[in-house]
Design a protein around this ligand. Structure first.
Ligand SMILES: Cc1ncc(COP(=O)(O)O)c(C=O)c1O
Length: 190
């Protein structure tokens, strides 16, 4: 059995099948190239959902991470962190004026956006319009926002307050707006 097959077997036995995976085990990357556990080289045109937007193991990214882990691995949210403060300023200056919410995943970012919208509209406006074929994440609130039955089946009752409009039909979106609508969430269609 190859090492790839062994790893795939471990997945089958021990990892929940929440993602469809391509049958290779990537172990190393440099720039545009990635290498699997059998030593095969690939040109990697997939930036890991934008996580590896600078290519694999860019030397400046690697050295910044190295420098930090030598100093301190973790600072809890109970303390100030000068790097977090600087990053927040940079994000605000390069996007739009406001404050940054740091979180761990896309789903958490969407949850944060849902909560912000609801807080803004509370108590009268709480409904959020999303699109059919959308994808917003895998938590309870974000599968409720995701208008695709395959992500929702088996998890009822979903979070209420979402209405769905067909993709690419602005009139249908407008028709869904009521006095309870607080936001329209358009992220992606797959
Ligand atoms: C548009 C969009 N929103 C949310 C998510 C969820 O992100 P995460 O998997 O980091 O929770 C994804 C992930 O693919 C996404 O594409």
């Amino acid at each position: 059995m190859s090492r790839t097959e062994e790893v795939a077997k471990l997945y089958q036995q021990y990892v929940m099948p929440t993602y469809t995976r391509t049958g290779i085990v990537l172990v190393r990357g440099k720039g545009i190239k990635a290498y699997d556990i059998e030593g095969k080289e690939y040109l990697d045109f997939f930036p890991g959902w934008a996580v590896s937007g600078l290519g694999h193991c860019h030397p400046e990214v690697v050295s910044a991470i190295r420098e930090q882990v030598r100093k301190m691995l973790h600072v809890s949210n109970n303390y100030y962190n000068e790097l977090q403060a600087d990053l927040a300023r940079k994000i605000a200056e390069h996007s739009f004026d406001g404050k940054v919410f740091f979180c761990n995943s896309g789903a958490e970012a969407v949850e944060g956006a849902i909560k912000l919208a609801r807080k803004f509209g509370s108590p009268k406006r709480y409904e959020i319009i999303t699109l059919e074929k959308s994808f917003h994440g895998r938590t309870m609130a974000t599968i409720s926002a995701t208008a695709q039955p395959k992500y929702q089946e088996g998890f009822s009752p979903l979070l209420s307050g979402f209405t769905y409009a067909p993709f690419n039909e602005m009139d249908a979106v407008r028709a869904k707006i009521t006095e309870r609508t607080v936001a329209i969430m358009l992220i992606i269609s797959k």
